[in-house]
Design a protein. Structure first.
Length: 299
């Protein structure tokens, strides 16, 4: 497996603070979101790499392993145990130096553990890592609004996972060790779950922001008033200012989509007004509009 530089993907240095990681992820996730780049065939791949980098670097334990072991970070525990065992074994025969294993030797060491014969002149069964498995979970936009638990059946085993609120359409998460079983005592593969989130008929999501439109009658647009609109989280009342123009927009701060893995944070909801001109007017109504027109000041 080739080395993937997660720091380079997010455009940050190795000393980046958690807040820098979060900000870099948000910026890139918006930029490369597949929904915003329908003509870019690499957008989905880039988006998945950005999510993977964030999954590792935003988790202190995973980041520590990644910084120490590079591309072999997922096998850090096996490496430590095997290094301990081999150090004891070789040390008792006086055939191993006391120096530590260098980073350049990690891959060769793991190959000897999982993909090659054991040293010391003795033959043993080759250990093979299990294959990675892929699954897809389908949600609607309302499902992704709040964290939820689901149970999956993989290779006859039930796995209970928590889906964080704010999961993105096309986002892939990794469940370590829940892929195919290893051979001859080798480690299990991983399970990769991709989320497919269906569009909502009235509300559009772009990143953490939501967009909707409402019809506004002419009288409320001119005189102002109060209307009730539908959101993903129920209905809310909205005050309309007098003389509201057609296609004007208002922002409801914090009424958008929750930010992935950021408790209490959410985007905004943008509402566009479509002013509807009344039809099928009575003669009296037409006369009133004529009177209004005649009384208006003309240049």
């Amino acid at each position: 497996m080739d080395f993937v530089d997660y720091y380079k993907i997010l455009g940050i240095n190795k000393t980046a603070a958690p807040k820098e990681i979060k900000n870099a992820y948000r910026k890139l996730a918006r930029k490369f979101h597949p929904d915003l780049n329908p003509n870019d065939k690499d957008a989905k791949k880039n988006f998945q790499q950005i999510n993977e980098a964030n999954e590792v670097l935003s988790d202190p334990e995973k980041r520590k392993k990644y910084d120490q072991y590079g591309k072999d970070w997922q096998h850090a525990e096996e490496f430590e145990k095997a290094k301990q065992y081999q150090g004891q074994s070789f040390g008792s025969r006086g055939t191993r130096n006391s120096g530590s294993q260098s980073g350049a030797d990690f891959s060769d060491f793991f190959e000897s553990m999982f993909g090659g014969a054991a040293g010391g002149g003795r033959s043993r069964q080759v250990k093979y890592r299990g294959e990675d498995l892929n699954a897809e979970i389908h949600l609607n936009l309302i499902d992704a609004l709040k964290s939820q638990k689901q149970t999956l059946t993989v290779n006859g085993n039930k796995i209970r996972i928590t889906i964080p609120a704010g999961i993105e359409n096309g986002q892939t998460i990794k469940i370590q060790g829940h892929g195919g079983a290893g051979i001859n005592g080798g480690p299990n593969g991983d399970l990769y779950i991709t989320f497919s989130i269906a569009n909502h008929p009235k509300i559009k999501r772009l990143g953490n922001n939501l967009y909707t439109s409402v019809d506004l009658d002419l009288y409320t647009a001119v005189l102002g008033g109060e209307i009730t609109i539908d959101t993903l989280d129920g209905q809310v009342k909205l005050k309309v200012k007098p003389e509201t123009q057609n296609e004007s927009k208002v922002k409801l701060k914090g009424k958008g989509f929750p930010v992935y893995k950021s408790e209490g944070e959410a985007g905004d909801l943008y509402v566009t007004y479509h002013v509807k001109i009344p039809t099928n007017l009575t003669d009296k109504q037409k006369a009133l509009f004529t009177e209004l027109s005649d009384s208006s000041i003309k240049p």
